[in-house]
Each structure stands twice: as C-alpha cells, then as structure tokens.
Ligand binder design. Sequence first.
Ligand SMILES: [Zn+2]
Length: 421
Amino acid sequence: MRFPTFSVPVASWFLLFLSVSAQDRTTEQGEASIADPNQECIPYSYAPVAKAASSFPPVWQAATIVAGDSDALAKWNEIQGSIPNIAVKGTIDGDSSQSNNYPPDDPDCWWTRSQCVTPKHSGLPSDIANVPEPKTLGYGFDDGPNCSHNAFYDYLASKDQKATMFFIGSNVMIWPLEAQRALADGHEICVHTWSHHYMRFILSLKLHQTFYSSYLTAMQAIKLVTGVTPTCWRPPSGDIDDRIRAIANALGLQTIMWKYDSNDWKVGIQGVTAQDVDNNYQTLINAADDGTLDSVGAIMLTHELNNFTMSQAVKFYDQLSDAFDNLVPVGVAYNKTHPYVETDYSLPNFDEYISGRTTVSGGTPQSTSSNTSASSSTSMTSTSTTSPSALSDSNAGLRLSSSLWTYSASILLGTITYILS
Ligand SMILES: [Zn+2]
C-alpha cells in the first residue's frame, strides 16, 4: 500500500509546535487527551524508544537482524531448517508477475492467488479467517497505531467496544503512546510486521531473515512500548504462503486473515470509490441479516489508516451492531484469554464479553520508561473529549496532514536506506 505525500509549510509546523507544547506528550493519558488531530500528529520524543532505537532497524526499512543481536540470530538458526523450500513469488513492491507460472493447484497455499487458509505443508496450523460464533463479527483494524486516532478510540470507548488492532512496528516506534492507548483501552494487539512490506519477496536466504526479522522486531517494538508480546499477526495485503506461515508459527504467531474486505484503504486507487467501500460494508451487513453467518461468524478487513477509514468504521458501527449479535475482538471470539506471551494480562472469554465484562485484567502499559504513567483500562475512557462527528468534518485532509507527512518522510527514509543497503 502506498501513502500519499503532503507538504506542510514550515511556519505551520512551528505554530503547531508552539500550540502543542503545553500538552503532556510523555504519558499515554496526556497523549490520549489531545483533541486536535493536528496536534496529535506532531512527532514527539519518547525516552524508551529513543534509548532503544539502535537495537531496531530504521523505521519503514525492511528489517534485518540487527548486528550483535545474538538471541535473534540463534532463534533464526533454530527455525530456518523448518521453513519449506518454496519458490520466489514476487518483489518487495508487490509485483508478482514472475509467479504467472505458479501451479493452479496452489501447492504453497498462497492466499494472494487462491485465498487458501489451510496449509499444504505439514505441521502448520490453519489461518483464522472467520470466527466460530454465529452472527458474530471478529472486529479489528490494520495499520495502526495512527497518530490521529483519539476521536476513533474515544468513539469505541463510548460504545465499550474492544477490537483487535494489527500494529505496524514502525508506527509503534513513532507513535508509542498511541500504541499504549490500545492496551489501556482494552483492545487486543496483534503484529502487522515491522515495515508493511509484501511478504512474497523472498529472494534468498538473507531475505528469509528479513521476514523473520519483520515479525520479531515488530513484536519487540510492541513489547518495548506496551510491555506485552503479541501472539497473533496479519500479513500486509494478505500475502502469505506456507513458507511465511512456518516463520510466523516458529515465533508463536497465529495468522489472522479475513473473508470480507472493505477495501477502505484503497479509495482513490485503481478506481475504488467511497461508494464501493459503503457497498462492501453493506455486503457484510447483508450477510449477517440474510442468514449467511448463522452458523459461523465473519472477519472483515478494515483499517486504522486515515481519517476516511476510521470515519467509515464509525459510520457503520451502529448498523453492524444491529446486524450482528456480537462484535468482539478476534481473540475473544476464540476464547483466547491470554493473548500475549506475558501471562499477567487477560482478556475476557466470549461468554464474559457478550455478558458485558469486556475487560478482565491488565490494560496497564508496562513500558520500561520511567516517565510513563500507567493507566487502567477503566480510567482511560473519560480522558478524551473529541466527538465522533469530528472524524467526518470538512477539515479531514488538514487534520491528517502531519500524520501522512510523517508516514511519507519515514517511507522515503526507509526506501532510501533499503536501496542503499
Ligand atoms: Zn496493512
């Protein structure tokens, strides 16, 4: 996926900097209380990330094992023998033309080609692509944390709605307090790789390491910032085959896919319109209404990517709630009460959640930072004041400009670094 570029006048940045300087940008609660998305998206420094940055790859660069990380190298050496020998399928930019001769019987369970979720190679668990409970939606969002997400997270909190957030490691490093808010609000956090590159560009053993590192560094970034280590992940663009499954599985990551796609990220690309996204939401609602999901529930791909994607989630929330019996995080739908490696954090099981017990324990960011104040999952929801309607006002483009500027600058830096590496 490509992010648009914006140019922001230097004077505007300076004025924004002055206006935000009175805000607390050192704690999760302080950051969550900022109501103006332009202020939310002004970059800030966070001591634990700054201190640990040299232990991570540059943001938005395809990850590699950082020099001197003997633990990561040892783990890699341990698992690489279990990775199936599968041929190259494309490039880092998503060009899969060299896979035109890929056999139609889909020997590698390559989702991109066939939406296959049941591995063809032995010893690998099937992907999750729906939820077992009838008329239930496994509710989640990709590509966060987004710096301007306070209004959206406020909205979810106002509904006491939890979701599964698939976080990109680079975003977590750039917006750590926003990542902490997800945990504090009781959402489930899964991994969405370090740099959001396609998974298919394995060209050599070295790039196998790239994939391994993309999972591992994202997990480590989330651990650094929030104190928990995810055990679930989603491949960018759904690009996964058995080789990639093997690496994820070796790292203890459960693969979560989808069967409904909002295409919300794609508006303006390849002719996709906002009306198309409305129609995709409506297709899911219709499936809940017409009995299609009476025996097994659904997962739809939606994003915490920008103002539009978050606004769509708000726009359709009540309709989804009416159409489905339950909207729950994916892990909750599977009664995964311990969603992280650390066992001191619990999510409710499905029955508890639908009975109204939407949090059980945890929700306290455990960053190594000494300047990060902890917050409970129950105290978070009243700290922000932005109304949900603010998500769809006419200043949407401006409100997100600094977020996207940061994205663009980061991507550019990562791309340059990648080309030079
Ligand atoms: Zn994504």
